[in-house]
Design a protein around this ligand. Sequence first.
Ligand code: AMP
Length: 283
Amino acid sequence: MKIITSVKSLRHTIDKFKGSGKTIGFVPTMGFLHEGHASLLRQSGRDVDVTVLSIFVNPLQFGPAEDLKNYPRDIKKDELLAKKENVDIIFYPSVDEIYPTGFLTHVYVDDLSDRLCGKSRPGHFGGVATVVLKLVNMVDPDVMYLGQKDAQQAVIVRKMLQDLNVPVKVKILPTVREADGLAMSSRNSYLSLRERREAIVLYKALNQAKTLIKNGERTAKTIVLGMAKMIQEESQGIIDYIQCVNAQNLSVIDVLKNEVLIVLAVKFGRARLIDNIIVRVNE
Ligand code: AMP
């Protein structure tokens, strides 16, 4: 496993692999790796010859009042996990390497970036789209792996790559959860013991929604109110949003049909947690 910090060296190494006909898989992350990230690395290992993992806490996607400075980092532990998952290259650049002095260009996916998390995190998805396009241009992968955990991010990245004719295949893999249902996230490390206990209500609320739909409920408002009630009764979490949206374009759905993405963001102390499920609605 190689740890590479410069774009020049990354390009050189990848060119050599490509020259010998190897296929490249890419897993972009912000590090502090867990089993969710591992699932993406494992899938890449199954699909392609060479797996590239990037670890970069991207300042562009953090707002001024957000947790950039305190975002959890542990490169030594990340290296161990990467090695165990047979990663070939860790790309671990500095902020200057990605955004040298004088950097001026940004990518913004209209509409999709202003919905859901985009409302409370203005500029966030512009930062995500910009860094993902840069990283994809640097790694030039055949396949990129993303998690369904960040559903809006996956929709936006897919759209950006499609709109800008970037020839990379994107695979979205299921959310990996703790045994009690909480979606794994680097930010779970912010949770106090009480918050950690309470945070299981998020997946419970999503499952309650699924049961209601299975039992015939089709009004989004009823589903959302039921989820909010459960979260408020069983935790001190502060709800940012709960919505039923179209899984492809994130538009709000009032009457459920076809494929529905149920998404939520709830703050537990310092941790703003997001989760979602996709429910197929039978007519
Ligand atoms: P992050 O390091 O949080 O930026 O995440 C890097 C990638 O891992 C993104 O594509 C995430 O969607 C994905 N990911 C994060 N948590 C999970 C999880 N619990 N299950 C599956 N994928 C995840």
